[in-house]
Design a protein around this ligand. Structure first.
Ligand code: FE2
Length: 156
């Protein structure tokens, strides 16, 4: 990625921080697309509640990835949130077609758990490289882990 490094971080710290932000960006975009896919295609007795909760999750996730992208750019690195980058995120798509409500919730919960685990790891690592970025991860995780609980409760 192109860089015009911000003057307040060493090159090594900047490189590690922005690479992790780029990975977080594509994972969050994947999660937002998966959330919409489930929002549209679920069916069953718990349709309405899960359908609406998924939209709340997608809306938050979109805000998170915008903050993540802009943090990387603020540090002087360009980012990619296009389809080719998102395809490399490592977050698997959910099955195509209609899904039972609880199955759909489980598919999203599993992927949310995966993204949360990855962001938690970056949160810990960024304490040494860039505590300001660490603060952003903490802010994201606070909301994301609550939403994980709200959605997961349907599946237990
Ligand atoms: Fe909708």
């Amino acid at each position: 990625m192109a860089t015009t490094p911000a003057p307040f971080l060493s090159e090594a710290k900047l490189k590690e921080t922005t690479a992790q932000l780029q990975d977080t960006l594509t994972e969050l975009i994947s999660l937002s697309l998966i959330g919409k896919q489930a929002h549209w295609n679920l069916r069953g007795p718990q349709f309405l509640e899960i359908h609406e909760l998924l939209d709340v999750i997608v809306e938050s996730t979109r805000n998170f990835y915008d903050d993540v992208a802009e943090r990387a750019v603020a540090l002087g690195t360009s980012v990619s949130g296009q389809a080719s980058a998102v395809n490399q995120s490592g977050i698997k798509e959910i099955p195509i077609g209609f899904m039972k409500d609880l199955e759909a919730a489980k598919e999203v919960v599993n992927r949310m758990g995966q993204v949360i685990t990855n962001i938690r790891q970056r949160m810990e690592e960024s304490g040494k490289t860039d505590p300001v970025t660490q603060d952003l991860y903490i802010e994201i995780l606070r909301t994301m882990e609550k939403q994980f609980w709200l959605l997961r409760s349907h599946t237990l």
